[in-house]
Design a protein around this ligand. Structure first.
Ligand SMILES: C[S@@+](CC[C@H](N)C(=O)[O-])C[C@H]1O[C@@H](n2cnc3c(N)ncnc32)[C@H](O)[C@@H]1O
Length: 342
């Protein structure tokens, strides 16, 4: 399994990544409410904790999406005529779901070139546990951001393309950002390329709340680990014992939100930023959105961003949906004028 690291190859790039992390933390802690971007969750420890969350009984999305993919893995290859396919996965994580899709294509005697892209190198290492070698499978792991990875991979790929964006990663964007993201993706793809996107569906609030507050405390540890990361990489003095995890559903947004609450008034010094930040007692630090969808939201999102729905795949309880879209670049495809494009 080949691996390409798109950043951090030189000390200069490593420094510029730390500088960007520092700038993002500064911007977030100066905002009201204070926040930190969810993409910084995934250092080595964060990726390990995320894997534990996904294996916990309270966290249904991974388990249910796995079942959906297991059910469709033999039908999906029939939608592709060619004997060889390129599969690009954005934010692949440990690849335990990717291996189902890959196996489906291999079982249909198709050659697969698999390009998982993830900012977490640890996730790419964990992937080795799940995807085994096969003479008809080429794997090229890419450590980098979604779009830098995609542009890098597109230079080498010429076969019919299936992009995977699983695990409800799309739910981490708000309802404007997700349009920008999908439209940017559309621009990087060719007419008739395919995209399989995972959407967590709206459901009973108790089920949602349990999933984001698991009884083993992995989600709490995952959120606190972000403060630990800032301590280690930016020289901060966050006292993790003085922050409490809180995950709740916001019905106005249709999203689960993850917070850390400062349990008492405190100042936190960050040496890389040469300044301190005041937290009032029970002040929230916003860490993550996880937007939930209706089938109708998914259909308007695809239409707004230039894709045609090929098929929706769901589970018997309608907890989760993997939706297969085709890129549509035909002349008749008109987009509404108010589309937000990044
Ligand atoms: C919620 S996990 C989902 C993992 C996997 N897709 C699944 O369904 O289990 C999100 C993954 O996306 C990666 N990720 C988050 N932001 C990213 C970005 N901007 N570019 C590349 N990878 C990113 C994380 O490192 C993590 O492995």
């Amino acid at each position: 399994m080949k691996i390409s690291r798109l950043s951090q190859e030189t000390k200069q790039e490593h420094n510029s990544q730390t500088e960007q992390f520092a700038i993002d933390v500064l911007t977030g802690l100066c905002s009201n409410p204070k926040n930190i971007s969810a993409k910084y969750f995934y250092d080595d420890k964060g990726s390990e904790l995320f894997q534990k969350i996904t294996q916990h009984k309270d966290y249904y999305p991974t388990r249910i999406e796995y079942q959906i993919l297991d059910n469709i893995k033999r039908d999906l290859p029939n939608l592709f005529d060619s004997d060889e396919i390129d599969i690009i996965e954005l934010g692949a994580g440990d690849g335990h779901k990717s291996q189902l899709i890959i196996q489906g294509f291999l079982d249909c005697q198709k050659k697969v070139n698999f390009y998982p892209i993830d900012i977490s190198e640890k996730a790419m290492v964990l992937m080795e546990q799940h995807i085994s070698a096969n003479p008809k499978l080429d794997i090229h792991r890419v450590v980098g951001e979604y779009f830098e990875g995609l542009r890098f991979v597109r230079k080498n790929s010429s076969n019919p393309l299936l992009v995977l964006f699983l695990g409800s990663n799309i739910g981490n964007f708000d309802r404007t950002q997700n349009q920008g993201f999908l439209r940017k993706l559309w621009k990087c793809l060719n007419d008739s390329d395919h995209l399989l996107v995972g959407f967590d569906l709206k459901k009973d609030v108790e089920i949602l709340t349990r999933a984001y507050n698991d009884s083993a405390g992995y989600t709490r540890d995952f959120n606190l680990n972000l403060l630990h990361r800032i301590n280690c990489e930016l020289g901060a003095d966050f006292n993790l014992k003085k922050f409490q995890h809180f995950g709740s559903y916001n019905p106005l947004l249709g999203a689960m939100e993850s917070f850390l609450l400062a349990t008492e008034k405190q100042d936190v010094f960050i040496s890389e930023l040469e300044r301190s930040f005041r937290f009032e007692a029970y002040e929230p630090l916003h860490l993550e959105y996880s937007f939930k969808f209706l089938k109708s939201d998914i259909e308007s999102l695809s239409a707004l961003t230039g894709f045609e729905v090929v098929e929706h795949f769901t589970d018997p309880d309608d907890y989760f949906m993997d939706s297969l879209w085709r890129v549509s670049k035909g002349e008749n495809h008109k987009l509404p004028l108010n589309l937000y494009v990044v």
